[in-house]
Structure formats: structure tokens, C-alpha cells
Write a protein that binds this ligand. Structure first.
Ligand code: Q9C
Ligand code: ZN
Length: 326
């Protein structure tokens, strides 16, 4: 369940999403591998240690207080309040480490988030070893998770972990292209001051779309990272004509950066029938999207993010990947 516009409703980010993606891969005859396990130390390459410790122990602490069900925050350190100390109170800690009330922590959250991160890391290792491309079927998604904050169904930033993994494997420059409907605020946060990872995001204009408080065109990075963050916000109703125009701007910037690899935060919630989003891409547009990404000619790691039109998610994801399977 999630708190959505003031009501507790079934979560849009459901296990069935994975089943539909796997079914589409089976229809296409594509093999799927299970990733290996990684030490938690690798998670600290992009996340703060205190944040990881909180996530790891949050639900046990909740149960130790005699509670069960969903951990949903009710208080946040907003404008004018203290962020320089983390309170002892568990509810306060919960609010400290998140930015919305729509991403409950449940008994399996840490295990699932960790497994999703392992999927992305495993796929990064495949690309680092020389593969043309790999796809990580991550659930829960990751791009809203910042260095020390969760939200938007995201707890560990799978794409950021993968990009960092490629850097740690010796690739000098890695580009992240985020095509999820929502701005990848977590990925932007993590690489904000860095010039070795370019972050480019196409998304619904945050003036009207979640996550609202980040993702505007004037956010360009800071310090050494100035100019290495590019936001391309687009209005509700954007179709392939408008989308593909912005995509060309994205690839023009990526070409100047000349990365050794590309990480794609692949949300398919840009689909016309997505229940929580406002773009108008069709299933055949996802074929075009995949072709354009593949045409960049870069070693490419695609990481699953959002996409909530469950019946169509398999065909939409497989459509993007088709260009890489030829
Ligand atoms: N229930 C991704 O696509 N919904 N996340 C906000 C609160 C959050 C989407 C309303 C949508 C997050 C990865
Ligand atoms: Zn999304």
C-alpha cells in the first residue's frame, strides 16, 4: 500500500511488474540470469553509512517497538528545521531519511532493495567485462534515492551504484541517461558535484509533476560538477515528436562528454496509459527509443526504473531492448 493523494491505496509499484517483464522476455526467447551477491560495502560507494544502517535496521526497530504493517513517516525536517542531527526517535529518523509518505518500509524492503542493487551491479560487471549491453531487472527502482534519502518507491540508487561500479572498474567517464517519467532527483544528488559522471534526465516538468522540488532546467551541477547535470523537463501530454526532440539534445550533450559507457535509467512510465504519469508514448515509440539509444554506439547498461501500466510493461521494456538484441 502507499499513501497517495491522502488515501491509502494499493501500491502502483507491484511484484506483477516483474512477472510481466519476464513473460515478455520468455516470449522473445531471451535468457535471464540471476546476479551474484555483493558485500554491503559496495553500497557505501554512493550512499552514506548512517543512511544504510537506518535502512538495514529500520523494520526490526519498528517491530521492537511492538509495531507491524507499514512504516510511513509523519514528520519531516522541512524549511527552517534542524538537519545537522538525527533524532533518536524512530518516527523522527524515518522522516529524516525520506522525502515523501508514499514509499513505506515493510519487512522485506531492505532485502528487496539490496537484491535490486545486486542486479544493477551484476549487469555493470557484465558491461565492464566488455559486453555491448546488459539490462538489470531491478525492483524496487532506484533513481529517486539520493545519497542519504529514500522516496518514490526507491531505497538504493541502482543506476548510480552501477555507474559508480563502472567508474571503479576503470572507465574514466560514465553518462547516465534517465528516461523515466519522473526526474531522477537521487541520481542528480549523488553526482551533483562530479565531472566524471554526466547526468542527463528527460522528465515531466516538476512544476506540475512528482518529485516537484527538483528537476528544473536551471539545475546544472555545482563545483567541479558544474555543467555536468542536464535537466530536460517536458510538459504533460508530450508525445514522440516532443520527446525525440529532447532526446536529441540529450545525446548531443552525451556526445560532447564522450563517455566510455552509458547507464540508462529505463522507466517506461512515459507510456500513454501509465496510471500516474502524463506523457503520450506508444508501445511502438519504445522501439524507436531503443533504436536511438543503441545508435549512440556506447557500451550500454539499462536499469529498470518505473512503469506502472502493468499489462503493457513487458512489451514496452522489450521494445526498448530489441535494438540491443539484434
Ligand atoms: N503516492 C518511479 O517511477 N508518487 N517512481 C507520488 C505519492 C510517487 C514514481 C504520490 C511516484 C514515484 C521510480
Ligand atoms: Zn517514474
Amino acid at each position: 500500500m502507499e499513501l497517495h493523494r491522502g488515501e491509502l491505496v494499493p501500491s502502483f509499484e507491484t511484484p506483477a511488474r516483474v512477472e510481466h517483464i519476464l513473460a515478455a522476455f520468455a516470449r522473445a526467447g531471451w535468457a535471464v540470469e540471476t546476479p551474484g551477491e555483493y558485500d554491503d560495502a559496495v553500497l557505501a560507494r554512493v550512499h552514506d553509512a548512517d543512511y544504510l544502517a537506518f535502512l538495514r535496521g529500520a523494520y526490526e526497530a519498528w517491530q521492537a517497538e511492538g509495531r507491524d504493517g507499514y512504516m510511513i513517516p509523519g514528520a519531516f525536517p522541512a524549511c527552517g528545521m534542524r538537519r545537522d542531527r538525527v533524532p533518536d526517535n524512530l518516527h523522527a529518523r524515518l522522516g529524516y531519511y525520506t522525502f515523501d509518505a508514499g514509499s513505506p518500509i515493510v519487512a522485506g524492503t531492505w532485502r528487496a532493495a539490496r537484491a535490486a542493487a545486486h542486479c544493477a551491479l551484476g549487469a555493470a560487471d557484465v558491461v565492464a567485462a566488455g559486453a555491448r549491453s546488459a539490462y538489470a531487472l531491478c525492483r524496487p527502482p532506484g533513481h529517486h534515492a539520493g545519497r542519504a534519502v529514500f522516496g518514490g518507491y526507491c531505497f538504493l540508487n541502482n543506476a548510480a551504484l552501477a555507474a559508480q561500479r563502472l567508474r571503479d572498474a576503470g572507465l574514466a567517464r560514465v553518462a547516465v541517461l534517465d528516461v523515466d517519467y519522473h526526474h531522477g532527483n537521487g541520481t542528480q544528488d549523488i553526482f551533483w558535484e562530479r565531472d566524471d559522471v554526466l547526468v542527463v534526465s528527460l522528465h515531466g516538468d516538476p512544476n506540475t509533476e512528482y518529485p516537484f522540488y527538483l528537476g528544473y532546467a536551471d539545475e546544472r551541477g555545482a563545483g567541479a560538477g558544474t555543467g555536468f547535470n542536464l535537466n530536460l523537463p517536458l510538459p504533460r501530454g508530450t508525445d514522440w515528436a516532443g520527446y525525440s526532440h529532447a532526446l536529441e539534445q540529450a545525446f548531443a550533450r552525451i556526445a560532447v562528454f564522450a563517455p566510455q559507457a552509458l547507464v540508462v535509467s529505463l522507466g517506461v512510465d512515459t507510456f500513454q496509459d501509465d496510471p500516474i504519469s502524463g506523457f503520450a508514448l506508444s508501445t511502438s515509440d519504445f522501439l524507436r527509443l531503443g533504436e536511438r539509444i543503441a545508435a549512440a554506439g556506447l557500451p550500454t547498461l539499462l536499469v529498470q526504473e518505473g512503469g506502472y501500466a502493468v499489462a503493457e510493461i513487458g512489451d514496452n521494456v522489450a521494445g526498448v531492448l530489441a535494438a540491443f538484441v539484434a
